[in-house]
Design a binder for this molecule. Structure first.
Ligand SMILES: *[C@@H]1O[C@H](CO)[C@@H](O)[C@H](O)[C@H]1NC(C)=O
Ligand SMILES: *[C@@H]1O[C@H](CO)[C@@H](O)[C@H](O)[C@H]1NC(C)=O
Length: 378
C-alpha cells in the first residue's frame, strides 16, 4: 500500500505553513559540510559486492539533510487544523503527532555533503552528497566504495561532524552477498496495520496511534529469518517523511527481520507535483523500479516477495517476475475490503505459474512458516 494520498494532503497542509526555502545550493555553496544548524538523517542502507572488484563492498547510502528545526509550532497548527477538517481530534497525542510530522515540516538542504565513518571496513570514511545534483532538495543516494568489510553483515555508519557538534547521527548498513535468499516485503497492511483503504483511519493510524503489527506476521518473519537466512528489504509506497516512524516500528516489532526500507522521495516544495501524484497512481512502477534496483545489487539472489491486496503488490511483483527477476515465490495477504476477486488475481498473475504465488488470509499465516521455500516450494 502507499500513503500517497494522505501524504500529499499532509504535505500540502505543512507547505501552507512553511515558507519555501529561499536559499539555493548556489547561495550556500555546493558541498557544504553539515553544520550544527543542520539535521542529517542516515537511512539504513543496503551494501553489496562490487561487481567490478572482488572483495570490495559497495553501499547505496541514502541521506536527508535539512535545516535543524527548533520549533514545530507552525507546522503543528497547520496539521492539527487539517486533521480537524477530517474530524480527527489530536486529543492527548500531541507529542506523538509532533514526532511523526517532523519531516513534513523539514526544509531540505541540497548540495550538502557529509563524512561518514564505517568501522569494520577497510575504507575508514566516505563522503555522501555527491549525487549528481538530484532535484530532491536534501535527499541523496550515493553509491560508495567501503573497501573490504570482511563477512560482517551489519555495520554502523556514523556521521563525522564538526568539532563543536556532539550529536551521534548514525544508520545501519546491511551487507549481504550476491546470492542466497532475499525477502522483499511491503509494510502497510502487510506487516503493519495501516487501514490504507480508509483515508481518515489511515491518517489517524499514521500520525497518532501506536503502530500494531498484523497478528502472526512477526512470528512468521522470525521463522523465515531462521529457515531462509535471507536479507530482508522493505519496499514501501510511503514517502521518506514516514521513514523514522516505520524504521522504529520495524526495529522493535520485527527485530529478527531487520533490513533497509526503501521509501518514496516525494518532496513538498512543488505543489504541482504533489497534485499530480494525488491523482495518478505510480506505485506499481515505483515498486518494480526498486525491485530492479535490488536485482542489480544482488544479481544471484532468489526472492520471496510478500505484500497485500490493498494496492498494487500483486501487479508489481508479477510484473517483476515476468521481467525475469528470480522471484521464487510471492505471498499476498488478502485484506478485507480490497479487490480480492478471482478476476483481479488472474489478471495480475497471468503469465506467472500458479505454483509461484499464493494469496493468504490471516488464518493461513501460521501455516506459511511450514512451507519449504528454501527447498523450492511456495
Ligand atoms: C526521486 O524520485 C525521482 C522520480 O522517481 C527519481 O528520478 C530520483 O532519482 C529519486 N531520487 C532519489 C534520491 O531517490
Ligand atoms: C477488480 O479487479 C479487476 C481486474 O483488474 C477489475 O476488472 C474489477 O473491475 C475490479 N473490481 C472492483 C470491484 O474494483
Amino acid at each position: 500500500m502507499h500513503f500517497l494520498k494522505p501524504t500529499a494532503l499532509l504535505a500540502l497542509a505543512a507547505l501552507s505553513a512553511n515558507a519555501l526555502p529561499t536559499e539555493t545550493p548556489d547561495s550556500r555553496g555546493i558541498f557544504d559540510e553539515i553544520q550544527i544548524t543542520d539535521d542529517l538523517l542516515i537511512f539504513d542502507s543496503p551494501a553489496f559486492p562490487d561487481p567490478n572488484k572482488a572483495g570490495n563492498t559497495l553501499v547505496a547510502l541514502q541521506t536527508f539533510t535539512s535545516l535543524r528545526q527548533l520549533d514545530l509550532g507552525v507546522v503543528t497548527v497547520a496539521v492539527t487544523a487539517f486533521l480537524k477538517t477530517l474530524n480527527i481530534d489530536v486529543g492527548n497525542s500531541l507529542n506523538t503527532l509532533q514526532e511523526r510530522i517532523k519531516l513534513f515540516g523539514a526544509i531540505g538542504l541540497p548540495g550538502k555533503h557529509a563524512t561518514i565513518e564505517v568501522p569494520g571496513c577497510s575504507t575508514s570514511s566516505v563522503e555522501t552528497g555527491d549525487s549528481s545534483g538530484l532535484p530532491d532538495l536534501g535527499l541523496s543516494i550515493s553509491t560508495l566504495s567501503l573497501g573490504n568489510c570482511g563477512s560482517t553483515t551489519e555495520l554502523t555508519a556514523t556521521a563525522d561532524l564538526t568539532s563543536i557538534d556532539k550529536r551521534n547521527i548514525h544508520g545501519t548498513i546491511f551487507s549481504s552477498s550476491s546470492s542466497g535468499f532475499g525477502v522483499i516485503s511491503d509494510i502497510d497492511d502487510t506487516v503493519k496495520i495501516s487501514n490504507v483503504l480508509d483515508t481518515v483511519a489511515s491518517i489517524k493510524t499514521a500520525l497518532l496511534d501506536e503502530p500494531k503489527p498484523v497478528p502472526g506476521m512477526p512470528a512468521l518473519y522470525t521463522s523465515l529469518a531462521n529457515s531462509l537466512k535471507p536479507q530482508f528489504f522493505y519496499v514501501t509506497g510511503s514517502t521518506y517523511q514516514f521513514y523514522p516512524f516505520l524504521n522504529q516500528f520495524l526495529d522493535t516489532t520485527y527485530s529478527t527481520a531487520k533490513g533497509p526500507i526503501f521509501t518514496r522521495n516525494l518532496t513538498i516544495i512543488d505543489p504541482a507535483q504533489l497534485i499530480s501524484l494525488i491523482t495518478s497512481s505510480t506505485t506499481q512502477e515505483y515498486k518494480v523500479g526498486q525491485i530492479d534496483r535490488l536485482r542489480s545489487m544482488y544479481p544471484s539472489k532468489k526472492w520471496l516477495a510478500i505484500g497485500d491486496s490493498t494496492q498494487k503488490d500483486p501487479e508489481a511483483y508479477a510484473e517483476a517476475f515476468k521481467k525475469g527477476v528470480p522471484i521464487q515465490c510471492t505471498w499476498i495477504r488478502r485484506v478485507e475490503g480490497a479487490n480480492n476477486t478471482a478476476e483481479r488475481f488472474a489478471t495480475a498473475f497471468s503469465g506467472v505459474p500458479a505454483t509461484k504465488y499464493r494469496i493468504f488470509t490471516d488464518a493461513d499465516i501460521p501455516s506459511l512458516a511450514k512451507i519449504n521455500v528454501a527447498g523450492g516450494a511456495c
